[in-house]
Design a protein around this ligand. Structure first.
Ligand SMILES: [Zn+2]
Length: 147
């Protein structure tokens, strides 16, 4: 463990050494954090059926680790946390998901949290298609008419 030099000792040769070690330590910390985020979320999912409060505590710890170490929670795990009340979402218990279609947006997945009623929408397909249509205007017009 490297101690951080205080005050004026940050100036001079100590500073350079400290910066170097800081980077090394920071990377190690992020590596550990990534592993812990996955383990904690896995534990939360397993424990939710027995004790939902404990599961939500695990989610809270996960979020604190991610924020403190500036590591992003992977998207596949982040989708199982409510954006509003930060509770763990388990399909069939406190979460409902539907695939909807809208004319200009394509299809999207809407996830409803049943404990607070917040709806989060994820685009499944649509934006890439819209850009393609803008590039080939003539082709899209003909395809619209045929449909
Ligand atoms: Zn919620």
């Amino acid at each position: 463990m490297i101690k951080m030099p205080r005050g004026n000792r940050m100036k001079g040769p100590h500073k350079k050494k400290w910066r170097k070690n800081y980077k090394k330590r920071h990377l190690l910390m992020q590596k550990l954090a990534r592993g812990r985020i996955e383990v904690l979320m896995d534990m939360a999912k397993k424990k939710h059926s027995e004790d939902p409060e404990l599961a939500n505590r695990y989610v809270n710890i996960t979020r604190n680790i991610a924020m403190g170490t500036k590591v992003k929670i992977p998207p596949y795990l982040k989708r199982s946390i409510c954006h509003n009340c930060k509770e763990l979402l388990v399909p069939g218990r406190n979460m409902r998901f539907r695939i909807n279609k809208k004319k200009n947006y394509g299809s999207f997945l809407s996830v409803t949290c049943l404990s607070c009623g917040h709806i989060t929408r994820y685009i499944v397909k649509g934006r890439a298609r819209r850009e393609k249509e803008e590039n080939n205007d003539e082709q899209s017009k003909t395809s619209y008419n045929s449909n």
